[in-house]
Design a binder for this molecule. Structure first.
Ligand SMILES: C[S@@+](CC[C@H](N)C(=O)[O-])C[C@H]1O[C@@H](n2cnc3c(N)ncnc32)[C@H](O)[C@@H]1O
Length: 275
């Protein structure tokens, strides 16, 4: 109910409502000196309700354990948000490693530039002008977007909770671009809501489930399509990954469908891809 009301608001207004709701907490934290280094005020964190620090740390663990991330690697964070995944990387990547991030939301990119790039000049953020009905009210089409990087620049490309807000043609184009910018042997970690027999039956009756099927993908809200998007597992593996000359390494299923919360796996399904 609250979620539906929230989605009825225009994107920039949603950010303002969030700032207003969390203003008392943010003021208290500011006055009492409870502010943590490299953690934005609560009202600015528009990128998900989970614990900002714990989520970032969990993904750093995935990068090291499943993607062989090394401190001198060059990484690309697509949909870098407000620095949730960049933050733990600042204490892992050495000065001869580097980070690039891009996103559509100005307030997130500006916060990251001011707070992260200032302290870590090997961390670079840029805003891109793209349309997404959850996050922006205008912009170019993501299905035609060419990433602003050279071929084979990156050891690791990651998208945390980004393909869960994009439609099939957009994801297909991003996979093509990921193939272009990844080094040979490089890895990509992307989170999805994976639809297979297990997730369909586990999520039946849950509040968080995908009822609206459009063939290879599912939506939760038809009015704000990018609010939550799920893809069939064989479509992810055969079309989005294999048809873009990439290969599946593994899928680490999350707990969105079962509802069995865990610190060791993420809410969304984690798909590890390689070139
Ligand atoms: C749920 S947030 C996750 C942000 C960040 N990855 C994290 O885990 O904190 C989704 C982000 O994806 C961005 N996004 C949506 N469509 C995008 C696109 N086509 N290209 C790049 N970023 C996009 C949004 O602006 C938003 O910041």
């Amino acid at each position: 109910m609250i979620r539906r009301f929230y989605y009825m608001l225009p994107p920039s207004f949603r950010l303002l409502v969030r700032r207003a709701v969390f203003l008392p907490v943010d003021l208290y934290n500011g006055i009492s000196g409870k502010k943590e280094n490299l953690v934005p005020p609560r009202g600015m964190i528009y990128t998900g309700s989970g614990d900002y620090v714990k989520t970032g740390n969990l993904f750093l663990k995935f990068f090291i354990e499943h993607c062989n991330l090394m401190p001198n690697h060059r990484v690309l964070d697509i949909g870098s948000g407000i620095g949730r995944i960049a933050r733990p990387l600042t204490s892992y990547l050495l000065p001869d490693g580097s980070y690039e991030g891009f996103d559509l939301v100005d307030s997130g990119v500006s916060w990251c530039k001011k707070n992260i790039s200032k302290q870590f000049p090997n961390f670079n953020f840029q805003k891109v002008n793209l349309y997404n009905d959850l996050y922006t009210s205008k912009g170019e089409k993501a299905e035609k977007f060419v990433f602003p990087y050279n071929d084979e620049e990156f050891d690791l490309v990651f998208l945390v909770s980004v393909f869960t807000h994009m439609l099939p043609d957009e994801v297909d184009n991003y996979m093509k671009e990921i193939h272009r910018v990844l080094k040979k042997g490089g890895k990509c970690l992307a989170t999805f809501f994976v639809i297979n027999d297990d997730s369909l039956s586990l999520s039946k009756g849950n509040k968080f489930r995908f009822d609206k099927c459009f063939g290879n993908y599912y939506l939760m809200d038809e009015k704000v399509q990018s609010a939550n998007v799920a893809f069939k597992e064989d479509f992810i593996v055969d079309k989005l990954i294999a048809d873009n000359s990439l290969s599946l390494n593994k899928i680490i299923y999350g707990y969105w469908a079962s509802g069995n919360v865990s610190d060791k796996i993420s809410f969304q399904d984690v798909v590890i891809i390689e070139k």
